[in-house]
Write a protein that binds this ligand. Structure first.
Ligand code: NI
Length: 138
């Protein structure tokens, strides 16, 4: 773990009031904790923008009764084994399945896979959660 450094920040009172209201609403115990999170958020954003090694989850729902859809989605995942860490399948109800695909790899590859899965006909909704491998935000 790296050494803790203290530094002063100057900003307008009104802006600080807004910041305090925001972090209270989000449940942060201190300004320092909120600031650390904001910095890490920007660093993770940069990892994705610069096509670095990232991690995340691709989540989508679909109707498993639709002909050929389940096997199309499975085929796509078999074609991207180098990116996919694991897949969780949940039978939501009689029609709907929820799949959570954990991924790690180059940002562009992960985004490409997310787009491919989301755009398969019959996938009702899909979302990519972009996070980090954690290595560059310690
Ligand atoms: Ni299912």
């Amino acid at each position: 773990m790296s050494v803790l450094v203290r530094f002063g920040v100057s900003l307008e009172g009104r802006l600080l009031d807004k910041f305090d209201r925001l972090i209270r609403k989000r449940g942060y115990a201190t300004r320092s904790e909120a600031l650390r999170d904001l910095i890490r958020q920007e660093l993770v954003k940069k990892e994705w923008e610069e096509d670095q090694e990232v991690a995340g989850t691709i989540t989508f729902i679909y109707d498993h009764h639709r002909r050929g859809l389940s096997s199309r989605l499975t085929d796509l995942q078999h074609d991207h084994q180098e990116i996919i860490i694991s897949t969780q399948h949940i039978h939501l109800d009689h029609h709907n399945c929820l799949e959570i695909v954990a991924v790690q790899g180059r940002a562009s590859g992960v985004q490409k896979l997310a787009n491919a899965l989301r755009s398969v006909k019959g996938v009702r909704h899909g979302a990519l959660s972009m996070t980090s491998t954690g290595k560059s935000i310690e």
